[in-house]
Design a protein around this ligand. Structure first.
Ligand SMILES: [Zn+2]
Length: 136
């Protein structure tokens, strides 16, 4: 896609700090890091959301995300990492090219993904489970 910044990175038309590259995906440093060592893992093919990824792409991205996780733990001495992936504007997706964030976490960092909600009622859990099970 022409105006996609991630596609430009894939094509080498925009510079990036590439950490690792596979046949179907690349991982590079986010230049607006949430924390030191924030890495994005993306497919080389322009697809907007998770559901459009092929099994092959998804598998490679998962393996690369795991590798990056190991690398940030070992190389940056962080205490953990978050793996975040957003689909759609409502979920906070800004760049419409599917991407996975690997965010190094440090004890006491003030990053908060979301507050936990109140405990769900039994009936709600049962109805949600029924709604989901039709489609898995
Ligand atoms: Zn793209």
């Amino acid at each position: 896609m022409e105006n996609c910044i991630f596609c430009k990175i894939v094509k080498g038309e925009m510079p990036a700090f590439k950490v690792v590259e596979g046949p179907h995906s690349i991982a590079f440093l986010d230049i607006f890091p949430v924390s030191k060592g924030h890495v994005l893992v993306i497919p080389k093919r322009h697809v907007k959301q998770l559901l459009e990824l092929s099994e092959e792409e998804l598998l490679e991205i998962g393996k690369i995300a795991q590798k990056i996780g190991k690398a940030v733990l070992a190389g940056l001495n962080c205490d953990g990492f978050s793996l975040v992936q957003r689909n759609g504007v409502a979920a906070g997706q800004i760049v419409p090219h599917v991407h996975f964030h690997v965010v190094p976490r440090f004890k006491g960092d003030s990053l908060s993904v979301w507050p936990s909600g109140p405990k769900a009622e039994q009936g709600e859990l049962e109805s949600v489970l029924l709604a989901l099970k039709k489609f898995v």
